[in-house]
Design a protein around this ligand. Structure first.
Ligand SMILES: Cc1cc2nc3c(=O)[nH]c(=O)nc-3n(C[C@H](O)[C@H](O)[C@H](O)COP(=O)(O)OP(=O)(O)OC[C@H]3O[C@@H](n4cnc5c(N)ncnc54)[C@H](O)[C@@H]3O)c2cc1C
Length: 468
C-alpha cells in the first residue's frame, strides 16, 4: 500500500518502553495510532509486574527521546549519571574503571517511571488511543489485521478484530506478532537461552537517607562464572541484580547456605543489603531466564513490522536492549521521512538495514557477560582498556574504543564490531613490527660491537677453562 505523503492508521501491539515510544513517534507525524497492551495500565496498577527495576540509558536512547521532546524530563531531570564501573573485589577493595572520557556517562533510569512518562506523552496526542488489558492473540498481518482478546473487569474475555494500514509488533521477547511472522515463508528465527538466570535484590538507603555506596557508579562484583551488579535509584536505594547459573541458584536452598555463599563471595554487600532482607528477598523470588533472539526479515509486505525486543531480544550485559529498541523507532521514523510515508519501501529498508546491526549487538551483549563477570579482573584487559583510553584521548575521532562506540556514539553496531576488529589488527601488526624492530636493533648493535662481544666471549671461555 502506498501512502504517499498521506496519513495512515497504525496498530501498535505492546505498551512497554518501545511500543509507547513508537506511539509518540507516529503521533508526532499526525498518524492515527491505537496501542494495545496486555497488562493493566502501569500508571494506575497497584503492582507492576515486569523485569529490571532500573536500566542504563545511553546516547542512542537519548537521541530518540530528544526527537519526541522527552530527553530533558527523562534523562537530565530523572536519570542518575554513572561515570564508571566500580569493581568490588572479594577482599572489599574497590577500583573504578571509567566508561569513557570525563564528560561521558550512562544514566540509571527507572523502568516504571520511563514507561509511565512515555505512555502519558503518547496519550496527550488526540490521535492516539491506548487500550490496556487487550491482548493480541492472532491475526492476518498481510492484511494489517490482528485479533485482540479483551479482558473486562469481571474477568470475562471477548475477541475483536482490528485493522490498520500498519501493525507494529513491540510486544517484547516472546512476541505474539513475531509468532505470526513465523508463518511467512523465508522467515528465519533463532533463540538462545543462556544457562544463567537473574534475580533482583535491593540495597536500601542509609538511615540518613543517603546512598549506601558511592552513587554515580555502576557497581560490579565480578566472580568469574557469576556476578552481581547494582544501579542507583532515585530514592537512594540500589537495585542489585545477581546473575548466575540456574544450578547455583538451586543449590542455595537454605538461608544458611545463602548467607555462607554471600559472606564468601560478596562479603561487603551483606551488611549493605542486610541479612534478613537478603534471605527474605532471595527466597520470595525466583531467578528469571535470559534469552537472545535473532530473526529476519522484520516485516511483512507493507503492512507489519516488529521492533525492539520482539525483533532482537538480547541478554542485558551491554545495557543496550532498550537503547537499540529506541534507536529502531528513530531509524524507522527517518525512513518514513526518506520514503515519504511509503510503507513498502520503509519496511523493506528497515529490515535490510537494521538486521546486521541487531545481530551485532546481540553478539556483543553475549560477549560482554564474559567481560563483566571475568575479564575486568585480568591485567591484560585493564592494560588494553588503558591503551584504548589513551589512544582515544590522543586521536578522539580516529581511535574509538569498542565500549565507547557502542555506548557513546551512533556508529552502526555492525561497524562497532568491524572497527574493533580493525583496531585489533593494527595492534597485532604493531606488536609484530615492534618485536621485529627490537630483534633487528639488537642484531645491529651486536654487529657493530662484534669485536667487544668477541673479547668478552673469549675472556669468559678463558675463565671457564681455569675451573675445568
Ligand atoms: C535484567 C535486565 C536488565 C536490563 N537492563 C537494560 C539496560 O540497562 N539498558 C537497556 O538499554 N536495556 C536493558 N534491558 C533490556 C530492556 O529491558 C528491553 O530491551 C526493553 O524492555 C525492550 O522493550 P520492548 O518494549 O521491546 O519490550 P518489553 O519491555 O518486553 O514490552 C513489551 C510489552 O508488550 C506487552 N505484550 C506482550 N505480549 C502482548 C500481546 N500479545 N498483546 C499485547 N501486549 C503484549 C507486554 O505486556 C509488555 O508491556 C534489560 C533487560 C533485562 C531483562
Amino acid at each position: 500500500m502506498e501512502q504517499d505523503g498521506g496519513k495512515i492508521t497504525v496498530t501498535i501491539v505492546g505498551g512497554g518502553l518501545v511500543g509507547a515510544l513508537s506511539a509518540c513517534f507516529f503521533a508526532k507525524r499526525g498518524h492515527k495510532v491505537r496501542l494495545y497492551e496486555y497488562r493493566e495500565d502501569i500508571r494506575t496498577a497497584e503492582y507492576a509486574r515486569g523485569r529490571s527495576i532500573n536500566l542504563a540509558m545511553s546516547v542512542r536512547a537519548r537521541a530518540a527521546l530528544a526527537v519526541v521532546g522527552l530527553e530533558g524530563a527523562l534523562v537530565r531531570e530523572h536519570g542518575i549519571p554513572m561515570r564508571a564501573r566500580m569493581i568490588h573485589s572479594r577482599n572489599g577493595e574497590r577500583r573504578a574503571i571509567p566508561y569513557g572520557t570525563s564528560e561521558q556517562c550512562i544514566y540509571s533510569v527507572g523502568r516504571k517511571y520511563l514507561n509511565e512518562v512515555l505512555l502519558t506523552a503518547a496519550e496527550k496526542n488526540p490521535n492516539v488511543e491506548l487500550y490496556f488489558q487487550h491482548k493480541m492473540v492472532g491475526g492476518d498481518l498481510s492484511k494489517g489485521e490482528i485479533n485482540v482478546e479483551v479482558i473486562n473487569s469481571e474477568g470475562s474475555k471477548k475477541q475483536m478484530m482490528v485493522k490498520a494500514d500498519l501493525v507494529i509488533g513491540a510486544d517484547g521477547a516472546f512476541s505474539s506478532v513475531r509468532k505470526q511472522l513465523m508463518k511467512q515463508p523465508l522467515f528465519n528465527y533463532s533463540q538462545t537461552y543462556i544457562e544463567h538466570g537473574y534475580m533482583e535484590l535491593c540495597i536500601p538507603p542509609k538511615k540518613s537517607g543517603d546512598f549506601a555506596m558511592e552513587a554515580n557508579y555502576l557497581h560490579i562484583w565480578p566472580r568469574g562464572n557469576f556476578m552481581m551488579i547494582a544501579l542507583p535509584n532515585q530514592d537512594c536505594s540500589w537495585t542489585v541484580t545477581l546473575f548466575m547459573p540456574f544450578e547455583q541458584f538451586k543449590s542455595l536452598d537454605t538461608p544458611q547456605k545463602l548467607l555462607d555463599f554471600f559472606n564468601h563471595f560478596y562479603p561487603d554487600a551483606v551488611p549493605l543489603i542486610g541479612e534478613d532482607r537478603l534471605v527474605k528477598d532471595f527466597f520470595e523470588s525466583k531467578p528469571s531466564p535470559l534469552v537472545s533472539v535473532k530473526c529476519k526479515p522484520y516485516h511483512v509486505g507493507s503492512s507489519a513490522i516488529i521492533i525492539g525486543d520482539a525483533a532482537h531480544a538480547m541478554v542485558p550485559f551491554y545495557g543496550q536492549g532498550m537503547n537499540a529498541g529506541f534507536e529502531d523507532c528513530h531509524i524507522f521514523d527517518n525512513l518514513m521521512t526518506k520514503h515519504k510515508n511509503n510503507l513498502k519501501k520503509a519496511l523493506e529498508e528497515f529490515s535490510d538495514y537494521r538486521n546486521p546491526d541487531a545481530e551485532a549487538i546481540c553478539n556483543l551483549a553475549m560477549y560482554n557477560y564474559i567481560e563483566m563477570r571475568d575479564l575486568v579482573n585480568h591485567p591484560s584487559f585493564l592494560l588494553r582498556k588503558k591503551f584504548d583510553m589513551f589512544a582515544h584521548w590522543l586521536m578522539p575521532n580516529f581511535w574509538i574504543p569498542l565500549y565507547s562506540s557502542v555506548t557513546f556514539s551512533h556508529m552502526r553496531y555492525s561497524l562497532c564490531i568491524k572497527n574493533r576488529e580493525w583496531q585489533d589488527k593494527v595492534l597485532h601488526r604493531s606488536m609484530y613490527f615492534l618485536s621485529f624492530a627490537t630483534i633487528l636493533g639488537i642484531s645491529a648493535v651486536a654487529y657493530k660491537c662484534q669485536d667487544t662481544i668477541l673479547n668478552i666471549y673469549t675472556s669468559m671461555i678463558r675463565s671457564a677453562h681455569q675451573y675445568f
